[in-house]
Design a protein. Structure first.
Length: 357
């Protein structure tokens, strides 16, 4: 293990001073031509501009993207015919491959022990992508799945994927539905509100993958208290029972108070605490090996603040001031609603966890 604890992969001209705290960060180049209704270049450009001026930028170790082995890694999940079809549109496929390379670079750095944990700031997102289809949300390649298989090829046999994007993590769920070697957990807004895929509590995997998939579909307005309860009462016990060799987080910020894509009422302080909880999970299971991948989040100015909070948590810092906190408090305030308690209890029962609320 090096002196650095947290890594960030950066592939643009953005460069910042380094300190020996060990945080890693990976950001693929921003290709302005790739621009659709949701996944606009500003999703990466605005957070980078904010972070470059923030103290946290000096806490992370920047890593250049390594594209070695990219085709082989992508091919473990996506058929060549799908990759070839995408290649007909390089404005779409090039940044998607760049994002995959960034994700793999960050994961390999954690696997080697170059850094203890890290964040890959990428676009387009990946958590809706299936093996042969994009799956919506601007996704192209299934980043968490590609990384999980890469890590397994490096000897890390058991991988946990925790998805806290506001949308259901249907990509990893479908890919690993019958796979006992990967634990997939998704915390998202209830599909009855707008998520179309089966992100229900009863979707738990099949065959050898039975009870290797968990869903926590929250009703709008859940907030940090409900997420804290779910992380501590479901996510942590599931990971403790599974004992992963590496933990991956698909990190969307579209659950924030100001995001137009959902109504989950999370704030920057909530993302800080969620990161601290998943760090504790990784510490207990796998010497802290944790890779966080950027997913959704469309209120870009507030995404920058939430991302700063995640990086501060990863690098052992304290929460940064939230200029919007006076509008909604400091996060994790109050108590879970009765419906949130019922949801967490249902997940505990469905997965036969020895947890009592």
């Amino acid at each position: 293990m090096s002196d650095y604890a947290t890594g960030v992969v950066v592939a643009t001209e953005v460069r910042g001073p380094r300190t020996k705290t060990g945080s890693g960060f990976l950001q693929p180049s921003v290709i302005a031509e790739f621009d659709d209704l949701w996944d606009r270049p500003e999703r990466v450009a605005v957070p980078v501009a904010h972070l470059r001026q923030a103290d946290v930028w000096s806490r992370v170790r920047e890593l250049p993207i390594d594209r070695a082995g990219l085709a082989e890694a992508v091919g473990r999940i996506h058929p060549q015919a799908y990759v070839d079809e995408l290649a007909r549109d390089p404005i779409r496929s090039d940044p998607a491959l760049d994002a995959c390379a960034a994700v793999l670079t960050m994961g390999r750095a954690v696997a080697r022990g170059d850094v203890r944990n890290g964040y890959a700031l990428v676009r387009p997102a990946g958590h809706h992508a299936a093996t042969s289809s994009a799956g919506g949300g601007g996704c192209v390649f299934a980043h968490s799945a590609v990384l999980a298989r890469e890590l397994q090829s490096l000897g890390f046999a058991r991988v946990a994927i925790v998805d806290w994007d506001a949308h259901h993590g249907n990509g990893a769920q479908g890919i690993f539905w019958e796979d006992e070697s990967v634990l997939t957990i998704s915390l998202h807004q209830d599909r009855e509100a707008w998520v179309s895929s089966d992100g229900s509590v009863d979707a738990v995997g099949a065959g050898r993958g039975s009870l290797r998939n968990a869903n926590l579909p929250f009703a709008p307005g859940a907030g940090g208290a409900a997420y804290a309860l779910a992380m501590k009462s479901v996510v942590a016990p599931l990971c403790a029972r599974f004992v992963p060799d590496v933990v991956i987080v698909s990190c969307g910020f579209d659950g924030s108070n100001v995001d137009p894509a959902a109504r989950l009422q999370l704030c920057a302080a909530d993302y800080f605490e969620m990161t601290r909880i998943v760090m504790a999970i990784a510490d207990a299971a796998c010497d802290g090996r944790l890779v966080i991948l950027h997913e959704g989040g469309y209120a870009v100015s507030y995404v920058a603040i939430c991302l700063e909070s995640v990086l501060l948590a990863l690098s052992g810092g304290e929460p940064a001031p939230d200029r919007y906190a006076d509008r909604w408090g400091e996060g994790f305030a109050g108590s879970p609603r009765a419906s949130d308690l019922d949801l967490v209890r249902a997940s505990i029962e469905r997965h036969k966890l020895d947890v009592h609320l």
